[in-house]
Structures are given as C-alpha cells and as structure tokens.
Design a protein around this ligand. Structure first.
Ligand code: NAP
Ligand code: ZN
Length: 345
C-alpha cells in the first residue's frame, strides 16, 4: 500500500483535521504523484457539508491537484519520474461506453470522482488535500513548466468547467456573454470568454469586485442587487454562464437573455431551480448545464492556457488556514481561488 497523509473531515459536522491513511499500491498502469498544490473548490465545501448527498467519511477533499510524478507502473508510457502532472475531478471511468469513447468520460455512468466516491477496488477515493495520490495514467494530465504551478492547480476544475461550455457553445466574437458570480469558476469564465473574443459582462452581488472584473478583462459590470442596473441589461445576452453556488432566482437572469439565448448552469446549489414555463417560452430561451470536461478537452485547455499565458488568480494558503478560507468562500470573499501549499502539511 502507499502511505499518505492529508486533512480529512471525519463527518459532516466536524472540521478537517490531520489524518494518516493508505492508498492503493502503484499498479502497472498507475502513476504516483507527490502533490505540491491543491486548489479549494466550492464543491469541496458542498461535499464535506453533505449539501448534495450523504458523503463518504472520512473525506479528504480536493480535485485541483498539481504535483510531480514520483513513481510509475511497469506499463506507464505517458509519464516519467520527475514530470509535472495534474489531476482533476475524476480518476476512473468504464472506458468503453458511448461517453468514454466520445471523450466525455465525465458523464460515464461508471465514472469515479477523485474523492467522496467508491473506487473500482472497493475503497473510497481520497482527494488532493494530501501529500500524494495514486492514479491511472490516463487520468493524469500534462502540466506546462512555463506557468506558475500553484496558479495552474485551479485549471483542473475551475478552468475546464468554464472552458468546456464556452467551446461547446462556440462562444466568440459577436457574442455577448454574462458571467454570473465572480468567484473561482466565474473569474476563469471571464478570462476564457475574453480570450475567445466575446463581449463580457460580470453579474455580481459584490460591488467591490468591479475593479477586479475590469482587470480580469470584463468589459462591463452589473450589480445584481441594483434594480436599475438589472433593468438596463434586459434582453442583452446571448449566453449567461451561471457559476453561483448558493440559492438564487434564475428568472431574474433569464430576463437578461436575448430571444433564443441560453442560460448555462455550472453552479450546483443544493436547492432546485424554480422556473415557470413562461420564463422559457417567451423568447424561446434554453437552460442548459455543463459538468467539468473530458480528459482530452482538459489537456487541450491546459495547453491553451500554456500558450496564452492564462492561469488562475490565487491566494496561497497553508493547510491550517483551510477553515478561514471556507468561511471567506461562504461570504463570497474569494480573490479568486485559494490554493493550498501542501508543503505546509
Ligand atoms: P466560489 O468561488 O465560492 O464562487 C461563487 C460566487 O457566486 C461567489 O463568489 C459569489 O460571487 C456568487 N454567489 C454565491 N452565493 C450566491 C447567491 N446566493 N446568490 C448570488 N450569487 C452568489 O465558488 P466556485 O468554486 O466558483 O463554485 C461555484 C459553484 O460551481 C459551486 O456550486 C460548485 O460546486 C459548482 N461547480 C460546478 C462544477 C461543474 O462541473 N458544473 C465544477 C466545479 C464547481 P459574487 O460576489 O460575484 O456575487
Ligand atoms: Zn471543483
């Protein structure tokens, strides 16, 4: 077995605390990664709090993992010891269904999440708030050594989750795109939508983020608590990229879509959306969703970021500061992703 240490929640009611555990032996097709940095996603908070479903405890969260290959199995061909590598939200899938064959492993019904899931060996998976991880080589991504590594970590979830829908809906020049919620996902959505040539508006509950939004490249900023500012953007957007983590009334935003516009749900609040039929019928609007991205697209996104010098705006924290980070995240006070330096473990 592989000895690991991390920070785990022992239950949905307890804080994270140091925990020693074991991962599987490095198999013939596995790599062992010494983790250097791990981003803090709002999904970590949802899951340790059982927001979505009863979690598997003890739970080591973390699915924005970057580090260095420390060992490779006998049949590994794509990595060698010393290479940089990243792991995102998934660590396994069936490999032969329509989704897996179509580079949509994230939708495979036998897919395995990086943590809070049962692995194919019958033991729970554990995430990146830890010193190492053993993973099938196909689920490890290549990471450029030209970018600051800590700021690359959030690309493994926040990056691909926003890149993928913008590519799927072919967002580019001539499109007016609104990014709803300026947090970890939101700030990456702004960077990508700007890089793809769209006209970008940030829709935020936080007036204090206006300056940051402009620095990130957004062209306009709307405070969603101000009825006049909201009225001024009625029927304005082709797409709204919704990254909101908490309960919100999406009818307010559907009014901001042009006819035939699309509201893309990325955020995962625990409460269902309430949408009267007429919010969609009038204007022929669509509400769609998107979940992370497949392996090939994740590599494409990482390569795109290396080429265009795109990384996340981060605040590096020690693992002991994780609860302060969660508290600030709950208040919407993230600028714009916390990243744990695992050397502090
Ligand atoms: P985050 O950094 O906490 O950002 C969320 C932002 O949403 C906040 O900063 C705030 O921005 C806004 N917000 C929060 N609560 C709100 C409310 N009740 N009403 C209106 N706005 C609110 O979170 P994140 O890590 O970006 O994750 C966002 C959501 O996406 C989470 O639910 C997460 O689980 C989900 N997620 C989904 C996928 C996927 O595959 N689809 C992947 C990763 C994460 P302002 O201050 O600008 O208003
Ligand atoms: Zn995430």
């Amino acid at each position: 077995m592989t000895k690991s240490k991390g920070y785990a929640a022992q239950s949905a009611e307890t804080n994270l605390a140091p925990w020693d555990f074991e991962r599987r032996e490095v198999g013939a097709h596995d790599v062992l990664i010494d983790i250097l940095y791990c981003g803090v996603c709002h999904s970590d908070l949802h899951q340790i709090k059982n927001d979505w479903f009863p979690g598997i405890f003890p739970m080591v969260p973390g699915h924005e993992i970057v580090g260095r290959i420390a060992a490779v199995g006998a049949h590994v061909t794509n990595f060698k010891i010393g290479d940089l590598a990243g792991v995102g939200c998934m660590v396994d899938s069936c490999g032969h269904c329509e989704d897996c064959k179509g580079d949509l492993e994230q939708f495979c019904s036998e897919g395995v999440q990086t943590y809070n899931a049962m692995g194919k060996d019958g033991t729970p998976t554990q995430g990146g708030y830890s010193n190492n991880i053993v993973v099938k080589e196909e689920f490890a991504l290549h990471v450029s050594d030209k970018l600051p590594l800590a700021a690359v970590a959030p690309l493994l979830c926040a990056g691909i989750t926003t890149y993928s829908p913008l590519r799927y809906w072919k967002v580019g020049p001539g499109h007016k795109v609104a990014v709803l919620g300026l947090g970890g996902l939101g700030h990456m959505a702004v960077k990508f939508a700007v890089a793809f040539g769209a006209d970008v508006t940030v829709l935020s509950t936080s007036p204090a983020k206006e300056e940051d939004a402009k620095v990130l490249g957004a062209h306009h900023f709307v405070v969603t608590k101000d009825p006049d500012q909201v009225a001024a953007v009625t029927k304005t957007f082709d797409f709204i990229v919704d990254t909101v983590s908490g309960p919100h009334d999406i009818n307010l935003y559907l009014n901001m879509l042009k006819s035939r516009g699309t509201h893309i749900a990325l955020g995962a609040p625990s409460e269902p959306y309430q949408i009267p039929a007429f919010s969609l019928l009038a204007g022929g609007k669509a509400v769609a969703g998107s979940g992370i991205g497949g392996l090939a697209e994740t590599q494409e996104m990482l390569d795109f970021c290396a080429e265009h010098n795109i990384v996340s705006d981060i605040e590096i924290i020690g693992i002991e500061d994780i609860h302060d980070a969660y508290e600030r995240m709950e208040k919407g006070d993230v600028r714009y992703r916390f990243v744990i330096d695992l050397a502090t473990l």
